[in-house]
Write a protein that binds this ligand. Structure first.
Ligand SMILES: Nc1nc2c(ncn2[C@@H]2O[C@H](COP(=O)(O)OP(=O)(O)OP(=O)(O)O)[C@@H](O)[C@H]2O)c(=O)[nH]1
Ligand SMILES: [Mg+2]
Length: 546
């Protein structure tokens, strides 16, 4: 197939939301349609020990939450989908943000019983900044929900995005009878299937059909009719271009757990989502001439159809498969054709490496891939010099870099002790790996001779993951000593170490250097940050670093 055709059939998207809205459950059901898994695993069912394909990590299975994002690639109806299930918990949001740099659209899941929750709002804002098209799935219609019109209204009043309901619920909770598709005026009736695990069968009718009328009690019928009338008058007409620009979100209702409304979502998504999009890049400086601000010159556009290969690493994960115990760099292909054994340059180091082990990913499973195309996420194994944020280019592509991945300021800090010195080597090796994955950040206090690593995280669950993985993957015990610092602010790159040491710090604040030697200050309160700003006018404090 020609490069252009391969690009056209790709759809790369993430599923995002507040914790527990049903992302992993929806992911499982979407896989069913691709025939990618025989029987979708139920996230909570312990009875038959079937577990979700995308929550592969032991810790995720134990706690029933997603800790890390997962890539699943599968074919459906002639399309090649790269689906990324993300963790909803705020503590893992950096991983989710990185995923958002690698996709072309998102499906935002909302628990219809709760409406828009804080983490959904935050993730939505990131998507909006990036202009990513957003599709909305109102989930858990099998349970009592907020009034559907209120849910729609909230999209506009809380998120500020216009919405177009593609279908509409016929009752909710115990009275949930199905959904009505507005564009083709068809009713899809809800039927629970055995174990909620196989395809729910659908009967399709017309809403004016007496057969529909008979399914609904009087009050549901009149409520739905009224709501539909109101929608016609009050919501904008469907406009694909507005969807593509992230200004209008198509809304689908259903129940992921019961596999209801999932196919309508998938088909509506495929009919309206964009294929891989062009990306912005900058010329790469010589490795020896890098400064704190690596972006040089004007940004330019890299189109997927550009013949030269380019891509970037947005995630690193080790030990996904206990049988291999290796490290996978997740590469989003941006342009050209990716080939299994190709040689690529890493502009950050100037090094050329030959890729000898490249995989298509499906949760923790992998399969050797011979070629891949823009939009694909490829797992590259066995190159310890690849870091998160690295660009890869082939010899025919001019040296360029994608500057997609900022680091966020950690908000909890702790010293991680290794009390058992006989385990030190394993402890260090494990910690170095987790740092490369960006699970936590490490910093050192300027002028201190303390050897115990000082770690920073967005939230305390990240520390749990570090300690759990050190134990389970590296057999190293650790002890966390939390500190009272609660904020880190990076200083601007042009400040020298001498100048930074001379700054007036409030008591309790400390000057540190992060793993890239960038200077930052740790504070223990907002008050302390304000005090610093007053005492050091003209010194910028940054919550993100490039
Ligand atoms: N009643 C009902 N429960 C659902 C539905 N979809 C998901 N759930 C339940 O909601 C809970 C959370 O589901 P997950 O799919 O793990 O949620 P998640 O969004 O992936 O959560 P995190 O990854 O931890 O952010 C589980 O107990 C699911 O069984 C649904 O349609 N109806
Ligand atoms: Mg999940």
């Amino acid at each position: 197939m020609a490069l252009a055709d391969e690009i056209l059939r790709r759809r790369t998207f993430a599923i995002i939301s507040h914790p527990d809205a049903g992302k992993t459950t929806l992911t499982e059901k979407l896989l069913l349609y691709g025939g990618a898994i025989q029987l979708a695993g139920s996230v909570t069912s312990r009875k038959n020990q079937r577990s979700a394909t995308s929550d592969w990590m032991e810790l995720e299975r134990q706690r029933g939450i997603s800790v890390t994002s997962t890539v699943l690639q599968f074919d459906y109806a002639g399309y090649c989908l790269n689906l990324l299930d993300t963790p909803g918990h705020r503590d893992f949001s950096e991983d989710t943000y990185r995923v958002l740099t690698a996709v072309d659209s998102v499906v935002m899941v909302i628990d219809a019983g709760k409406g828009i929750e804080p983490q959904t709002r935050k993730l939505f804002e990131i998507c909006r900044k990036r202009g990513i098209p957003i599709f909305t799935f109102m989930n858990k219609l099998d349970r009592p929900t907020r009034p559907p019109l209120e849910l729609i209204d909230e999209l506009e009043s809380v998120l500020g995005i216009q919405s177009c309901p593609m279908n509409w619920p016929l009752g909710t909770g115990p009275d949930f009878k199905g959904v009505y598709s507005r564009h083709d005026r068809q009713a899809h009736f809800f039927q629970r299937s055995a174990h909620n695990a196989s395809r729910a069968s659908l009967k399709v009718k017309d809403l004016s059909d007496p057969a529909v009328r008979d399914e609904l009690d009087d009050s549901t019928f009149s409520a739905v009719s009224g709501e539909l009338e109101l929608l016609e008058a009050a919501t904008p007409a469907f406009n694909q271009s507005a969807v593509h620009h992230g200004q209008l979100t198509p809304v689908f209702f259903g129940s992921a757990m019961n596999n209801f409304g999932v196919q309508l979502l998938l088909d509506g998504f495929l009919a309206n989502a964009l294929p891989p999009q062009p990306r912005r890049a900058a010329a790469a400086p010589d490795p020896g001439e890098r400064t704190a601000n690596p972006v040089i010159g004007e940004l330019f556009t890299v189109a997927p159809s550009d013949p030269g290969f380019s891509g970037f690493v947005f995630k690193i994960q080790a030990n996904m498969d206990p049988r291999h115990r290796d490290r996978i760099a997740f590469v989003r292909v941006c342009s050209g054709r990716f080939e299994r054994e190709m040689s690529v340059t890493i502009p950050r180091t100037g090094k050329r490496i030959r890729l000898n082990s490249s995989h298509k990913l499906f949760g923790r499973d992998r399969e050797t891939v011979d070629e891949a195309f823009p939009g694909d996420i490829v797992g590259v194994v066995g190159h310890s010099d690849l870091a998160i944020g690295d660009t890869l280019t082939d010899a025919t592509t001019k040296l360029l870099e994608f500057h997609e991945l900022p680091r966020f300021a950690p908000e909890v800090f702790g010293y991680l002790h290794n009390d058992n010195t006989s385990q030190f080597k394993r402890f260090r090796e494990g910690l170095d790996q987790l740092l490369q994955e960006g699970v936590v950040q490490v910093m050192s206090v300027v002028g201190s001779s303390m050897r115990v690593p000082l770690l920073g995280a967005i939230g305390p669950l990240q520390f749990d993951v570090v300690q759990y993985r050190l134990k389970s993957e590296y057999n190293a015990e650790s002890r966390l000593e939390l500190t009272s610092w609660s904020a880190l602010r990076w200083l601007s790159g042009d400040l020298s170490l001498e100048q930074a040491v001379a700054l007036t710090l409030p008591s309790g604040a400390k000057l540190v250097q992060d793993q890239n030697q960038r200077l930052a200050i740790l504070f223990d309160s907002d008050w302390s940050i304000r005090y610093f700003t007053q005492k050091n006018p003209g010194v910028d404090l940054n919550t993100e670093t490039g």
